[in-house]
Design a protein around this ligand. Structure first.
Ligand code: ATP
Ligand code: MG
Length: 590
């Protein structure tokens, strides 16, 4: 049978192991040649960059093979779930550039799962245990020692049915009754030792309200939801490898219940596991991210220091750069630690083709051009988007210009001037010439001509220069060779004062995930103590006295900018015309 590949999938890379597996299944005619995947987040937090890896795979596989991908909220734990999370998850997936075919909820299947569980009880394959969680855990045994059967394992069916109803009545105390599968307390896979199927939680659910008080466990929900939706390839992360046989067993049982035993091997969802994204100096996993928010260590889920999709968006990462990075690191079957530098380099490459070039001076010092007429200004042309072409000569960014206003007094960066220059200092210093970007060559007064003023602390306050009127960009005199560099500047008469937020990594250790576990397990620290030891105290530097050219102050929130010579920046949603705020996305070089 021909494999229905999508003609739009033109990447030249070789197939990853999951694509190979899908192609093999298609070639063997499994699931009638259909491909259907799902992205199954639990709506208990915001998505992070690890989820982007799962999203790119789930949606990517469906697209590549002409299949469908659905969004399924895995909402089986009403204790932690919220509509705020549902909305943010939908928004973030779309921002990344993907669109699901349907939205489903695991809670849509609560009735069917219940009926299935009742059938299992009647089949003698499930029973109600009334022992405490501790006792059940003690009876579990170890990998080398068989477990012990619960004294309630052989409870009569009628009693099981009655107690199961009671579990859902709202009268049962949580923790007193659970439904367990009757499998094998000596099974080599510990998950088969009579796993829990249902527990009592007398908590209203976002979607089903007070209808249910007994809720199915993850393992008793996920595979069956996949099966009920018609998922063919259920892609998840490596910690579920051990769960796969149980996933398969419950799907097999469910097909039996439905009377679909004829095609039991061919027509069913198949689980495949890939490695989780783990990035150096980054801590993923919602539990940890939520703790940073609730403990006030960041301003929210979308704080630009957060590795969440919304945090990266606010920081100024483009969706394209995140996806290029994901594509580069690929999918494997072993745990890895990827370099944050690789993500940053993907961001830089992408923003180079996207960012509007503007002038901003972060640490300003005043320059006065003494031979420029007082009160005069002039419009000069600045390139904001250089024309960029790819290797084949196709335009990837149109060239664009805007005008900037030059005047007698300008702001330049304080560290672009040295009163007593070091040997190889190529910027402004007494007696030296530099070019001002898109403008003129200026020369700082010589030692004898009063080159600068100092304040009482010895800090330079004003630098005195002259300009060469023949050297304006575009005039023949502009070609005059000088030793000094080209500096960026903004006009004192019209620059807008801005707040600029510079971020550093949140964690000082390279592998926060493992170090957090080590400090707790080996050194006996509490979670809070371990975390405090690992946090980088200098992860945010707010600069309030910056100046930007007026053009930059008009940019809407989330615009991609390059502050020339400094780095890539993004307009923060806190920004107002009177108080523009920018986040540093990433520097120009690693
Ligand atoms: P976390 O571990 O961060 O709490 P989770 O696994 O609880 O995340 P879910 O909402 O259950 O988050 O995950 C939705 C999907 O995203 C799952 O298929 C899960 O395997 C996948 N996923 C979660 N974290 C990562 C990661 N770091 N890398 C790749 N995929 C991930
Ligand atoms: Mg999870």
């Amino acid at each position: 049978m021909p494999i229905p590949t999508n003609p739009e999938a033109t990447e030249k890379r070789s197939l990853n192991f999951i694509e190979q597996k899908v192609e093999k299944d298609l070639a063997e005619g499994k699931n009638g040649g259909r491909v259907q995947t799902r992205f199954p987040p639990e709506p208990n937090g915001y998505l992070h960059i690890g989820h982007a890896k799962a999203i790119a795979l789930d949606f990517g596989i469906a697209k590549r093979y002409g299949g469908t991908c659905n969004l399924r909220f895995d909402d089986t734990n009403p204790m932690k779930e919220d509509t705020e999370y549902i909305e943010s998850i939908e928004h973030d997936i779309q921002w990344l550039g993907f669109q699901w075919d349907h939205v489903y909820y695991a809670s849509d299947y609560f009735q069917e799962l219940w009926d299935f569980a009742v059938w299992l009880i009647k089949q003698g394959r499930a029973y109600i245990d009334e022992q405490s969680a501790e006792v059940i855990a003690q009876q579990k045994g170890t990998t080398t020692k068989a477990g012990t059967n619960s004294p309630f394992r052989d409870r009569p069916v009628e009693e099981n049915l009655r107690l199961f109803e009671f579990m859902n009545s709202g009268q049962a105390t949580p923790g007193t009754l659970v439904l367990r599968a009757k499998i094998d307390m000596a099974h080599p896979n510990m998950l088969f030792r009579d796993p829990l199927l249902y527990r009592v939680m007398n908590i209203p659910h976002l979607r089903t309200g007070n209808r249910w008080n007994a809720y199915p466990m993850y393992d008793f929900t996920h595979g069956q939801s996949d099966y009920l939706e018609g998922v063919t390839h259920s892609l998840c992360t490596l910690e579920f490898v051990e769960h796969r046989p149980l996933y398969d067993l419950f799907v097999t049982w469910m097909k039996e219940w439905k009377g679909e035993t004829a095609d039991i091997e061919d027509n069913r969802p198949r689980q495949t596991e890939f490695n989780k994204l783990n990035l150096n100096y980054i801590l993923l996993s919602k539990r940890n991210l939520r703790a940073l928010v609730t403990d006030g260590l960041v301003s929210g889920w979308d704080d630009p220091r957060m590795p969440t999709i919304c945090g990266f968006r606010r920081r100024g990462y483009s969706p394209e750069s995140i996806l290029k990075f994901i594509d580069k690191i690929g999918y494997t079957t072993y745990d890895a630690l990827n370099e944050m530098a690789l993500l940053e380099s993907a961001v830089r490459d992408d923003l180079n083709t996207r960012a509007t070039r503007v002038s901003a001076v972060l640490d300003p010092v005043r320059v006065v051009i003494t031979n420029y007429p007082e009160g005069q200004t002039e419009q000069l042309t600045a390139i904001d988007n250089p024309e960029l072409r790819d290797a084949e000569g196709n335009t990837i960014m149109e060239g664009n210009t805007h005008s900037v206003e030059f005047g007698r007094e300008l702001w330049i960066e304080r560290d672009d001037f040295m009163a007593v220059p070091e040997k190889k200092f190529m910027r402004l210093a007494p007696g030296k010439e530099v070019r001002l970007k898109n403008a003129y060559i200026i020369k700082c007064n010589d030692e004898g001509e009063h080159p600068f003023d100092l304040d009482s602390d010895g800090r330079v306050t004003t630098i005195y220069c002259t300009y060469d009127p023949e050297s304006r960009s575009g005039l023949p005199g502009a070609n005059r060779k000088i030793k000094g560099k080209t500096l960026h500047w903004v006009g004192c008469h019209n620059a807008v004062k801005a707040e600029v937020r510079l971020y550093d990594r949140l964690w000082k250790v390279e592998n926060p995930r493992d170090e957090l576990a080590r400090l707790q397990d080996e050194e006996g620290l509490s979670y809070a103590e371990a975390r405090a030891q690992m946090l980088n105290p200098d992860n945010l530097h707010v600069m309030n006295g910056c100046y930007i050219e007026p053009f930059a102050a008009t940019m809407p929130a989330l615009s991609y900018l390059q502050f020339q010579r400094i780095g890539y920046f993004n307009v923060d949603p806190d920004s107002t015309p009177d108080h523009p705020v920018f986040n540093r996305t990433v520097g120009l070089k690693s």
